[in-house]
Design a protein around this ligand. Structure first.
Ligand SMILES: C[S@@+](CC[C@H](N)C(=O)[O-])C[C@H]1O[C@@H](n2cnc3c(N)ncnc32)[C@H](O)[C@@H]1O
Length: 242
């Protein structure tokens, strides 16, 4: 059952102030790595699953897509996404990815950023996306890395030298995880890397590239807070092809 935490006022206010929401794709340190995984969008029909404010949906059109559709569960997100464009070839719809219905072969590229860890049944969603793509189409997405998700959030442990460590708790126990992030009890679903990749393979995708995002030395010099991202992967980046 989808939680729709993004429509809770206190959550939405906190989330809206994040650098990646204020500055868009430029405020997301993993964006250069994600961008490098994307196919050429020229003339393509692009689908953005869990589009949020629609930063990528609009970027797709600005970078050659014939049209781009962003889908999200949150009315707040979709209202903001719609307010930020007048392009008739960019559209936004409210829908729950857990019950998604998409036209067969209606898209040439599917994309998603940091949304699938909210989805309980990723296998069904992967199958839905596959049938909605044309043969050879790419499906590129980021998801909270399961090592980050499985860590005993949000408290830290220290090793004998007093360095922070990230314990991975119950990595093999898949399913519901709760975290306190802008609101208490935010619901996410933990899956191992193997389950995520095997769900794609089971749905008929070929895996093309997998990255576990870590910032470059230059990014850390610019933003020392990113040093934490070297200690454990926070995001898994996947490129698959139909
Ligand atoms: C971390 S935000 C990412 C937003 C956007 N992709 C970005 O990178 O800026 C996750 C998004 O997933 C959406 N979401 C969560 N569960 C969903 C569901 N079941 N169906 C559709 N969207 C969902 C949320 O409303 C939110 O906009």
């Amino acid at each position: 059952m989808a939680q729709n935490i993004y429509d809770k006022p206190e959550f939405f206010a906190g989330y809206s102030a994040l650098p990646r929401q204020v500055h868009g794709l430029a405020g997301a340190p993993e964006w250069p790595a994600v961008r490098a995984m994307l196919p050429d969008l020229a003339g393509k029909r692009v689908l953005d699953l869990g589009c949020g404010f629609g930063w990528f949906t609009r970027w797709a059109r600005e970078n050659g897509a014939a049209r781009a559709l962003g889908i999200d569960l949150s009315q707040n997100m979709i209202a903001r996404a719609r307010a930020d464009t007048t392009d008739p070839m960019v559209s936004f719809e409210i829908a729950d990815l857990e019950k998604l219905v998409l036209p067969r072969a209606g898209f040439d590229v599917a994309y998603s950023a940091l949304t699938f860890h909210y989805i309980e049944d990723f296998g069904t969603l992967a199958a839905t996306v596959r049938q909605a793509l044309t043969p050879g189409a790419h499906f590129v997405f980021t998801i909270e890395h399961p090592i980050f998700m499985a860590a005993a959030h949000p408290h830290w442990l220290s090793d004998e030298d007093g360095r922070k460590t990230w314990p991975v708790n119950g990595y093999s126990r898949e399913g519901e995880r709760r975290t306190d992030w802008f609101a208490s009890g935010v619901l996410k679903y933990h899956r191992t890397v193997a389950t995520t990749l095997n769900s794609l393979i089971g749905a008929g995708f070929a895996i093309r590239q997998v990255e576990e995002f870590a910032p470059t030395a230059g990014q850390i010099a610019e933003n020392p807070d990113l040093a934490e991202e070297v200690e454990r992967p926070m995001m898994l980046l996947v490129s698959a092809q139909r």
